[in-house]
Unconditional design. Structure first.
Length: 154
């Protein structure tokens, strides 16, 4: 069953990456915190662009409208990464990552509302399972037995 090992490798590496992010942002003076992680994450494209140019010389021949869309996409990606890093800096990874898994649900919802896509039964059920799981993992039981949702994690 070598396919099982390959199937388990992706979530294992994802979990390792999440805990590595937590270590980097909560390292304080040793690592520089959220700012240094953002800086190095964004600076990685400086290494990728020459490789892309070497593989295909017309990689820079992008029309202006598409350039603006790519820059907007990059800005939104950095904003999402910034929100993720600040949330894992102030909270534990186990409660933040399930909330991060709701991204496909928003994709389904926006596709339904804006593009007029139809959602299948398994997509709707899966989305509900993801939302319920994220809410349950964000709940906290207080000492007096009352339950509350940690809004900082959401």
């Amino acid at each position: 069953m070598p396919w099982l090992n390959a199937a388990l490798l992706a979530p294992a590496l994802s979990a390792f990456g999440n805990y590595l992010d937590k270590y980097l942002v909560s390292g304080g003076e040793r690592t520089g915190g959220v700012g240094s992680v953002i800086l190095f994450s964004c600076a990685f494209s400086v290494l990728v662009l020459p490789v892309s140019f070497f593989l295909s010389t017309n990689v820079l021949a992008v029309p202006m409208a598409e350039r603006l869309l790519l820059m907007l996409n990059g800005g939104l990606t950095v904003g999402a990464l910034l929100a993720y890093l600040y949330s894992i800096e102030h909270s534990d990874v186990i409660s933040v990552v399930p909330t991060l898994q709701t991204i496909p649900v928003f994709g389904f919802a926006l596709g339904y509302l804006i593009l007029g896509e139809t959602l299948s039964g398994p997509q709707i059920i899966g989305s509900l399972v993801i939302i319920i799981g994220a809410v349950l993992l964000s709940m906290e039981i207080q000492t007096n037995g009352r339950m509350r949702i940690r809004r900082r994690d959401l």
